[in-house]
Structures are given as C-alpha cells and as structure tokens.
Design a protein around this ligand. Structure first.
Ligand code: DHB
Length: 367
C-alpha cells in the first residue's frame, strides 16, 4: 500500500513507571484485536504506532503533537490516567484528530474536547451502584479512602452523595497518588471502626493497598472492603491472597463475566500473552479498536470530524456485555455489575452476582 493508503493510529500509553500494567494490558488487547480482525479496513492498511509516555502528562502531550504533525495519524488512543488524557485534548481539538480514551475515567474528560470519545468508564458510573448496594445491605457507616486526583475525587463525591441520600454516614480520607503510604489512613479507619471501607486506587496499585490493609490488621477487623472495581483489578487480583476474599465491588468488567464473547476474549488474550489475564483496561483497549475499525468502515477510511461522528451512537456486544456510545456525551453506556471476590478453580475472581443495565455517566446525565 502507498503512504496515502495507510491509516495510522497513535497509541500513547504508560508502558513504564508505576502504571505500566495499564499500558501492558491495553497494548496487548489492541494487538489481539488486530491479529483477530486483520490490518486492513475499508481497503486501507492500519498501522498501530505505540508510544510510551511513562505516565507523565508533558510527555503524552509532546508525543501527541509529534504523532499529529510528523506521522499524520488519523486517530490517537490510549491515555492511561486522567492527567494524560487532559494534556493532549487541546491538540485533538486544534488538529480535529479524534482521541479515543481507553482508560482514564474522570467524568469531565469527554468535555475537554469534542474529539474525545471514551470506551472505558467513569468513576461516578461505577460508583453510584456501590452506594446503593451498601445502603441496601445493612451498611450504615463508611470511611472512603481515595487517591487524591480526578477519578478519586469523582468516586468520593459520587459515593458520598448517593450513600448519604439513603441515610448513610460517611467520613472522607484522601491519599496522595504518587508513592502512596496508606498506613496512617488505615490506622484512622481502624480507630473509627466503620461498617465498610470504600477504596479507590487506580489500576496497578491495588496490591500495595491490600498489603498495608493486612499489615494494619484490617483484614481481621470485620470492616468490609467495598469500592469501584479498580482495587481488585484482574491484572493483580490473583496474587493478592485471601485478604481480597469477600471484597464487594461494582464495575463494568470482570474476567469471570459469563458470556460466550468474554470466554473467547479471555482465552485468546491469555493464549497470546503467556497466560496474562485481561483486566478492565484490556477490555477498554479492545473495544476501542472495535470502535475505530467500525468507524473507519463507515467513513471509508477517513479520520477527523467524519470519524468522530461515525463513532457516536455505535453499539455492539463487548466481552463486558452490551455497550453503546452516547451520541450526546461521547461516553460509553454499559452494564455495571456487583461482584464479590471468590476463589474459583483455585484462582481469585470478581464473581458477578447482580447487574444494573445500561448505566450512563450520572454526572453528565444530571446536566
Ligand atoms: C484512572 C486510572 C486508573 O488506573 C483507573 O483504574 C481509573 C481511573 C484515571 O486516572 O482516570
């Protein structure tokens, strides 16, 4: 194919640093999708260009600029954390290049550019069902402990307002995102003795949290662990040990999701990646490639405004269940599942036991 017939996708991810698990999961999922569907769409060759932003927003922005100007990408994707999604947003607007967010989950991100579309989730979307479950299951007093930046603050606010509206009591604690030491916060929680501890830490950090939870003796305190599913993400869950058993979380994806689409996805993903289990980041990356491929089919390979417009309203069956792109907000509408960590065939899984269908981001739905 000649240069004009190649459609380039710039995939910017944290491949090194503390959030490398997010990059590793998403890259593997994007490559799996291309392996399964081929690298030709609408008669054009698809080229995936993967760049490591090391989890640093200035680097994400510089890489996005280079990909737009030098490589002439049709679309950019990835964006492992909220600051990494926000930094290149003005470039997407200026260059009219769609930016598909596979990971970052602060509700407002899609408002940073009309060229942003998202296949991950929002923290309020995942969290409100957690507050409802807690209120309906005898939990009256909760301490929240969240990473102190966009998604953590979203989770804290969404939980607190939904749970107090049902008569619950909440104490809010925030821990720094970088190099977090949970122990002083966990000591406070041990002293306050709430019915449950609600935790948000980004994907990749859950194991560190669980270790300190045990070290402070909280696993034997009777304080129940709850939260959005980031803390028990499938990349790390199986190595967390018995401390994770019984944790109740709400989220859009579990590797244990019982559907033919997911069984095929998990099996193929593990086979292509030395047995690595896909987590919710992987499913965001896989679905994002689907959105790009199907969008390009509609535009005959064109990017820009045509591509972002083609993506709006698209619906499909994901490994996570039925999904669609909200044409108004460019966020994903999806089921949120209530799950409990259980041991199944010797491995730890988030086992889904209830479904809240077709959940929209509640922050934007309320506007
Ligand atoms: C974000 C990052 C994560 O790893 C996660 O699990 C949720 C949100 C974020 O920075 O937006």
């Amino acid at each position: 194919a000649s240069a004009q017939e190649t459609v380039k996708i710039g995939l910017i991810l944290p491949m090194t640093g503390p959030f490398a698990s997010t990059g590793r999961q998403i890259e593997a999922a994007a490559k799996l999708y291309m392996q399964q569907k081929g690298d030709t769409v609408a008669g054009k060759k698809i080229q995936l260009i993967v760049k490591d932003d090391t989890g640093t927003a200035d680097v994400t922005k510089r890489l996005a600029q280079e990909l737009i100007v030098n490589d002439k990408i049709a679309v950019m994707a990835g964006f492992g954390l909220t600051p990494l999604a926000l930094a290149p947003a003005p470039l997407a607007t200026q260059a009219k290049v769609p930016a598909v967010v596979m990971a970052a989950a602060t509700a407002t991100i899609t408002e940073a550019s009309p060229y942003i579309v998202r296949t991950s989730f929002t923290l309020p979307q995942a969290t409100v069902p957690m507050a409802e479950w807690a209120a309906q299951n005898g939990i009256k007093k909760v301490a929240t402990l969240v990473s102190d930046y966009g998604p953590g603050i979203d989770a804290e606010k969404a939980f607190t307002s939904a749970f107090t509206a049902k008569g619950g009591q909440v104490e809010n604690l925030r821990v720094p995102l970088a190099n977090p030491d949970f122990s002083p916060f966990l000591q406070k929680v041990a002293d306050a003795k709430p019915d449950a501890l609600f935790v948000f830490v980004p994907s990749g950090i859950g194991a560190q949290f669980m270790k300190q939870f045990v070290e402070r003796g909280l696993d034997k305190s009777g304080i129940k662990l709850i939260g959005p599913g980031d803390v028990t993400d499938d990349d790390l869950l199986n190595n967390m040990g018995d401390v994770a058993l019984g944790a109740i979380t709400t989220q859009h994806y579990s590797a244990a999701h019982d559907s033919p689409e997911n069984k095929a996805f998990v099996e193929a993903f593990k086979k292509a990646n030395n047995g690595m289990r896909p987590n919710f980041m992987a499913v965001g990356g896989y679905d994002d490639m689907h959105l790009i491929y199907e969008g390009l089919k509609k535009t005959n390979g064109a990017g820009g405004q045509a591509l972002i417009d083609a993506m709006k309203g698209m619906s499909w069956t994901s490994p996570r269940g039925p999904v669609s792109i909200d044409p108004q907000t460019r966020d994903i509408i999806q089921n949120i599942y209530v799950r409990k960590v259980e041991r199944k065939d010797g491995e730890l899984y988030n086992v889904e036991f209830a479904t809240i269908p077709n959940v929209k981001d509640p922050v934007k739905a309320a506007k």
